[in-house]
Design a binder for this molecule. Structure first.
Ligand code: PPE
Length: 304
């Protein structure tokens, strides 16, 4: 990965290579911690803007709350530290990773008085599923791993341990030659991908999974608003894998993956095997927005 200079740890900046923890860090063993993934873009006018920072910070605190973790900083302090992490590293554009975790203290499943620690790193990160994928679409496969049951995984929270499920699904499909994994929920309906929400288009109607077994994606929310503003009929409704097979268009949304078109699901070509008109328009508006070209959604940009 592309290294930056400094990482914010518990209120101060430390050198990238010195940003270490004790091997008995509680979260490292048991997975109770929460994180965010945020992008900052270089805008047309040369300024940098963090995309929907307040919403990401709000979700960071919500994830921690679900995990019964109290973040020892205020929302304003975290927002400030995120912006400062970009600035101190001289980054105009990049991916930002806030993480809250339980530090070294007691071991065992009942964390008694382990310190709650917070780190914020930022680095340059290009197209998550490849430039080629962003342009022409990717090939995906339904994983044999189900997305967490809503009474075991706490899917609304970006909890560290939740991602074991995502990594297993991703490794499984990559080993079979696909680019990304789609997971079904425990009732068998399409839920989301390893690190993205999913959309399909059929006869002009845009459909996405309702907020049941999925992460409340901030990019997903942005897509729903952009599509709605363009008069596209939008439905938040469960759908099956065979409905997805016969979609005219499909795409993923996520901070890392941005808007990535899907050209194939389980060896079935989606539409004509290239990004369709609805996907292309949403993708264009999204990129124009994050780069400050489209002023309709300026309130989503947090200039630093
Ligand atoms: N679902 C999951 C499970 C998920 O992890 C993400 C983000 C999303 C949906 C989309 O949410 P949003 O980013 O708010 O639109 N996944 C992060 C993980 C990337 C990584 O590999 O790390 C991300 O996109 O930052």
């Amino acid at each position: 990965m592309a290294k930056a200079k400094k990482i914010w740890m518990d209120g101060k900046f430390v050198n990238w290579n010195a940003a270490n923890v004790h091997v008995l860090t509680h979260t490292l063993h048991y997975g109770l911690g929460a994180f965010e993934g945020i992008r900052c873009y270089r805008c047309e006018d040369g300024r940098s803007a963090i995309f929907r920072l307040p919403e990401h910070t709000e979700r960071f605190f919500a994830s921690a709350k679900i995990g019964l973790i109290e973040i020892p900083f205020s929302v304003d302090e975290i927002n400030g530290a995120i912006a400062a992490t970009m600035k101190v590293n001289g980054l105009k554009e990049g991916y930002i990773r806030p993480l809250v975790y339980l530090g070294y203290g007691s071991m065992g499943l009942f964390p008694k008085n382990n310190p709650v620690r917070v780190a914020i790193a930022a680095w340059e990160w290009g197209a998550y599923l490849g430039e080629e994928g962003l342009k022409n679409g990717i090939r995906v496969k339904i994983s044999s791993f189900a997305r967490h049951h809503v009474n075991s995984g706490m899917t609304k929270a970006k909890l560290v341990g939740n991602y074991v499920n995502s990594i297993l699904a991703k490794k499984e499909v990559v080993a079979s030659g696909f680019d990304e994994a789609v997971l079904l929920d425990t009732e068998g309906y399409v839920s989301e991908a390893s690190g993205e929400n999913i959309f399909m288009v059929k006869n002009g109607v845009l459909k996405t999974t309702p907020l049941t077994s999925i992460l409340n994606g901030i990019t997903r929310d942005s897509v729903l608003k952009i599509a709605g503003d363009r008069g596209v009929e939008v439905k938040e409704e469960r759908f099956t894998r065979d409905e997805l097979y016969t979609a005219d268009e499909a795409f993923f949304s996520g901070t890392a993956a941005e808007i990535t078109p899907i050209r194939e699901v389980d060896l079935r070509t989606i539409g004509r095997g290239r990004p369709g008109p609805v996907t292309k328009e949403i993708q264009k508006v999204f990129f124009d927005t994050v780069k400050g070209k489209n002023k309709d959604y300026e309130n989503w940009l947090w200039y630093i």
